[in-house]
Design a protein around this ligand. Structure first.
Ligand code: IPM
Ligand code: MG
Length: 342
């Protein structure tokens, strides 16, 4: 079956890393119809809008989307983040961010996942200024919490994970985080898994001290945003981390890193975050369409990335001198070797 994939190349290093991921996909034998979607700062400069309505319908017609980072602007009056808009528009309530330590010698091996609620809380943009005071509305609903929590437990069960930990600040935010926490424990009763909790500040501390203790973490939106960058620091680089934004019908896959203007266009960005995201895309498509071939491709990509990282040849941000293209080629060559063992 032919799949249709929306490509949102994005800003900064986005086009470079997305093109690496597409190269890997095609070398591995995943032939898709790619639909180019324009979005981001360059479009905003040209058209006065960072995303046009029609692009949303184009994405809707695709089976999944692969996306690069899109610039967000600071302060009042600037356009709403396209990242956030897409997550809300397609109701991508799961933000899946796995962190496995493959290169950071300062830490022991760890392998945990952050599941971040992706559609509400402080990301709804409900903010007002009253002169000397500004107010933000922080909404947490039982429905959205149930969705992210049950997704995380189901994932944990399917993937042989043992422990699911909810991250919150219900000692202070008694109603909002209290609801998130209570919903978590209510849902947890349905699963034969260890369910426990940690307060968000303590989670930051424990992640830095002993990340290997964690298995699956579930968090409201903003804590997940912050802790996932912290976790990227633990694995050694944001450039190594891929992610998935998943809803019931749609899903968008993107590296965790941002636009990195300082290295954009230089051909030295780390493509691994984008390549791993494409592996998550294949896995999601495989499950959705019961297409076993894609699950195999997904495994081949992630194993090839692991093997290449063992060579300790890196891009610049990790102290190496590989270009984006060098690293992409190494991974492609490795996929051919790995394929043979599957
Ligand atoms: C992320 C990013 C986004 C977020 C920004 C770009 C809106 O930091 O995906 O983690 O805050 O979610
Ligand atoms: Mg972030």
């Amino acid at each position: 079956m032919g799949y249709k994939i929306a490509l949102i190349r994005g800003d900064g290093v986005g086009p470079e890393v997305v093109s690496s991921a597409v190269q890997v996909l095609s070398e591995i034998g995943f032939y898709a119809d790619y639909v180019e979607i324009r979005a981001g700062l360059s479009l905003f400069k040209e058209m006065g809008k960072p995303l046009e309505e029609v692009e949303l319908s184009k994405i809707k017609e695709c089976d999944a989307a692969l996306k690069g980072p899109i610039a967000t602007l600071l302060g009042p009056g600037t356009y709403t983040s396209v990242n956030v808009l897409l997550r809300k528009y397609f109701n991508l309530y799961v933000n899946f961010r796995p962190f496995e330590n493959l290169v950071n010698e300062k830490y022991p091996y760890f392998n945990f996942i952050i599941f971040r609620e992706n559609t509400e809380e402080l990301y709804t943009g409900a903010e007002w200024n009253f002169g000397e005071a500004s107010v933000a509305l922080r909404v947490i609903t039982k429905k959205a919490t149930q969705k992210i929590v049950s997704y995380s437990f189901n994932y944990a069960l399917k993937n042989d994970r043992k422990r699911v930990t909810v991250v919150h600040k219900a000692n202070i935010l008694k109603e909002t985080d209290g609801l998130f926490r209570d919903t978590f424990f209510e849902e947890s009763k349905k699963y034969p898994l260890q369910a426990d909790e940690i307060i968000v500040d303590s989670a930051a501390y424990q992640l830095v001290k002993n990340p290997e203790q964690f298995d699956v973490l579930v968090t409201p939106n903003l804590y997940g945003d912050i802790l996932s960058d912290l976790a990227a620091g633990l694995v050694g680089s944001l450039g190594l981390c891929g992610s998935a934004n998943i809803g019931d019908k749609y899903a968008i896959f993107e590296p965790v890193h941002g636009v990195a203007w300082d290295i954009a266009g230089k051909g030295i960005a780390n493509p691994i975050g984008a390549i791993l995201s494409s592996s998550y895309l294949l896995d999601w498509l495989s499950e959705k369409h019961n297409d076993k071939r894609l699950a195999k491709y997904s495994k081949v990509i992630s194993l090839a990335v692991k093997n290449v990282l063992k060579l300790k040849k890196f891009t610049k941000e990790l102290g190496g001198n590989l270009t984006t293209e060098d690293l992409t080629k190494l991974i492609i060559t490795e996929t051919k070797k790995v394929e043979a063992i599957f």
